[in-house]
Design a protein around this ligand. Structure first.
Ligand code: PMP
Ligand code: GLN
Length: 381
């Protein structure tokens, strides 16, 4: 057995969701909305299930979805993609990450990881034989600094893994930080994989900047997207990679022996959804922003110190600033068992130099769920 997996704990998301089910807690841990997703997108997938082919779709994805991805990004992010040569559909962003990392990392290559980082990144890099080098972001600003990049990059750096907007810090990477990163990536002749699954969930008038539009990175970047995230249907594992043809060809080779393809009806549903009007995406953002404000206001009124959320389904509380002198793991275990709310300790997103005084809460919930959670969280301070 491979010790990497044999010695690995179950993910913090599954652990907290299982605890939440066991204890009957309100689950503000794992990030998923408690709505079911847009009905017309579901209907489009249902139509495809009964009216279109249920046999293997093309390995790189349905033409209609690859075209829709290219059209969507041309419209929303001013990025031009050749849908035939630059888009591969995967089974969720998770498979896109696996395919990109397997395709781009040769054993011994150094990979720069930016902490806090989504929990799938490090195990995939290690399995590919990559050697991790960490850049650590600190609350409340979570900025990428020149000093941290200088310390992490070496002549062996081949890949950088970026997440923007960042889960769990709920920040949008500033344009200056992207430009700084671009200087290092270019100088190292490296490639950057940018996990942009939260691209549409940004608030207060912010615009998402895709890595493919950062000067100097068009041909040395892989952008990853997720239909499940864009349409708040996290169980739909439909993702994709977008990258220059030379990179895409190699990612497709890795993808063909991971999953080969993704259920065609779900691909058809997402293809339909990506052409929705701007007003749909604006309304979705406004809805999530309203939930964010509801939870922020309730927590603030209860004396919690809330770190601002610029995007994603998440906000965080600063335990020290809130007068709670427990580490994040102890606090989250107590919160779920004694107060009936599941949250995620931020330290789970670090491998070294972990921040241990911040807990993440998911606000992508109905008002009733948030209103039930707030008094419980008030008691937990
Ligand atoms: N990357 C990040 C940063 C995420 O937050 C998530 C899930 N929330 C994923 C990847 C996984 O996306 P998918 O469900 O499409 O595999
Ligand atoms: N991305 C989700 C989160 O951050 C969880 C996904 C998962 O459970 N693997 O909560």
């Amino acid at each position: 057995m491979n010790p990497l997996y044999a010695n690995m704990p179950t993910t913090i998301f599954e652990h907290m969701s299982a605890l939440s089910r066991e204890t009957g807690a309100i689950n503000l841990g794992q990030g998923f909305p408690d709505s079911n997703g847009p009905e017309d997108v579901i209907a489009a997938a249902a139509r495809a299930l009964s009216e279109a082919s249920n046999q293997y779709p093309p390995m790189p994805g349905l033409a209609s979805l690859r075209q829709a991805v290219a059209d969507h990004y041309r419209h929303h992010h001013a990025v031009d993609l050749d849908w035939q040569q630059e888009v591969v559909v995967t089974s969720g962003a998770t498979e896109a990450l696996a395919a990109a990392i397997l395709a781009l990392v040769t054993p011994g290559d150094e990979v720069v990881l930016i902490q806090p980082m989504y929990d799938a990144y490090l195990p995939l890099v290690l399995r590919a034989g990559g050697v991790p080098r960490f850049v650590t972001l600190q609350p409340p600003e979570w900025r990428i600094t020149r000093e941290a990049l200088e310390a992490a990059f070496t002549p062996k750096t081949r890949l950088v893994l970026l997440n923007n907007p960042i889960n769990p810090s709920a920040t949008v990477v500033p344009a200056d930080d992207l430009a700084l990163l671009a200087q290092f990536v270019t100088a190292a002749d490296a490639v950057v994989v940018s996990d942009e699954v939260w691209e549409h969930v940004v608030f207060d008038g912010r615009a998402h900047q895709s890595i493919l539009g950062v000067p100097g990175l068009r041909d040395r970047a892989v952008k990853i997207g997720s239909g499940g995230k864009i349409f708040a249907m996290t169980g739909w594992k439909v993702g994709w990679t977008c990258a220059a043809p030379a990179i895409t060809r190699v990612i497709a080779k890795a993808h063909q022996f991971l999953t080969f393809t993704t259920p065609p009806n779900l691909q058809a549903g997402i293809a339909y959804g990506l052409s929705k009007e701007d007003s749909y995406f604006a309304a979705m953002r406004a809805d999530f922003a309203r939930s964010r404000d509801r939870l922020t206001d309730g927590l603030t009124a209860a004396g919690w110190s809330v770190l601002p959320s610029a995007g994603t389904y998440f906000l965080s509380v600063d335990l020290i600033a809130s007068g709670v002198h427990l580490d994040d793991v102890t606090f989250c275990e107590r919160l779920v068992r004694e107060f009936g709310v599941a949250a995620i300790p931020i330290s789970a997103f670090y491998t070294e130099d972990a921040v241990r005084h911040v807990a993440r809460l998911c606000f992508a919930k109905t008002d009733a769920t948030l209103d039930a959670a707030i008094p419980r969280l008030a008691l937990a301070r």
